[in-house]
Write a new protein. Structure first.
Length: 344
């Protein structure tokens, strides 16, 4: 812990620096490669869509003596064969069984088979079905909500920071979170449900919050950067990211720990399968969001500003001054000619 705190202090002072902006092209190339892979995986393997999106029949089985999934799978297969059966324990005494959409006689056969397999009463098995039209309606609403969220986020960022380049970098960071998380879901076969989408939208809000915190520090550091003769614009941006790195890590860890508790303890120890969807999307998305802020949004903003005439002129002036005074070609740290804390 002491080493972590010391590392955080060094990042804040500039004594230690992670080259987020200096190696922006590397980080963005890696992010682009991950994005392409994340897009290709769903195109090849598709998604494991929940019943709410693809439609089907659902059976809720209560008062079972064992929540072993094989019992339900064998019961359904014994009467109907392979109908895309998915069994999820929702507690120690109940399971959810979903299949492709069945006819009324088929649903009755499955109910009878489940009653027999689990040795329970007929009223302990309830069933319903979701039509494909309803699933399509849910999908349309999800896409609409996502578009509205991104639109409002872009407007908020543009108004708050008063620069479209910060807004664009933040939105691309959000897109990176979406694409990579979707790719992970496709690659691992995690089921996509309405609860997972709720968690996913929550993650986008967390990602936006984390980006705003980092960008706010960058804006503070780069205010009146034209007058700064000690540090280049890119170094000021990089310092801002480094100064908020520990905060981003701490925020992410604090957010992930209770989610992990719900996911691993709740699901695997208590058998609370219904918690999986939302906690899993939060767990995966929160980690991806933290990395996106540091390695996508922030370096991209520095890169977008790097070709501006004012930025080029300021960085050239700093380079010239360092050559004249025989100073090292790096941002000053505490103990150098001008401490970083001297600001602008």
């Amino acid at each position: 812990m002491r080493k972590f705190l010391s590392w955080g202090n060094d990042l804040h002072s500039g004594r230690t620096s992670i080259p987020f902006v200096g190696r922006a092209k590397l980080w963005l190339t890696i992010a682009a490669a991950l994005g392409l892979v994340s897009i290709a995986i769903p195109l090849i393997f598709g998604f494991n869509l929940g019943i709410a999106f693809k439609g089907g029949s659902e059976f809720k089985v209560d008062n079972v003596s064992s929540s072993e999934t094989q019992v339900a799978e064998q019961a359904v297969t014994s009467v109907l064969g392979d109908v895309g059966t998915n069994v999820v324990p929702t507690s120690d005494t109940s399971v959810d069984v979903t299949t492709e959409q069945l006819t009324d006689p088929q649903m009755q056969e499955v109910r009878d088979a489940l009653v027999s397999a689990y040795s329970i009463d007929a009223e302990d098995v309830t069933s319903n079905f979701v039509g494909p039209e309803w699933g399509q309606d849910v999908t349309d609403k999800m896409i609409r909500a996502l578009v509205i969220f991104l639109g409002l986020a872009m407007i908020f960022m543009a108004i708050y920071f008063r620069t479209w380049k910060m807004s664009l970098a933040a939105i691309i960071g959000l897109v990176a979170v979406m694409v990579v998380t979707v790719g992970i879901y496709s690659a691992t076969g995690f089921e996509i449900t309405p609860e997972a989408i709720i968690g996913f939208l929550t993650v986008l809000s967390f990602s936006l919050y984390d980006t705003v915190v980092v960008f706010d520090k960058i804006r503070e550091n780069t205010k009146d950067f034209e007058d700064n003769v000690h540090m280049k614009f890119s170094e000021l941006v990089n310092l801002g990211v480094n100064q908020t790195t520990v905060r981003s890590i701490n925020t992410s860890v604090i957010a992930v720990l209770p989610i992990a508790a719900i996911l691993f303890i709740g699901v695997f120890l208590l058998g609370a399968g219904t918690l999986t969807d939302i906690s899993l999307s939060l767990f995966v998305g929160t980690i991806v969001a933290a990395l996106s802020t540091l390695f996508v949004a922030s370096p991209l903003y520095g890169l977008l500003r790097s070709r501006e005439p004012a930025v080029r002129a300021q960085e050239a002036a700093v380079d010239e001054r360092r050559r004249e005074k025989n100073l090292p070609d790096r941002a000053p740290v505490l103990g150098d000619e001008v401490p970083v804390s001297a600001g602008l």
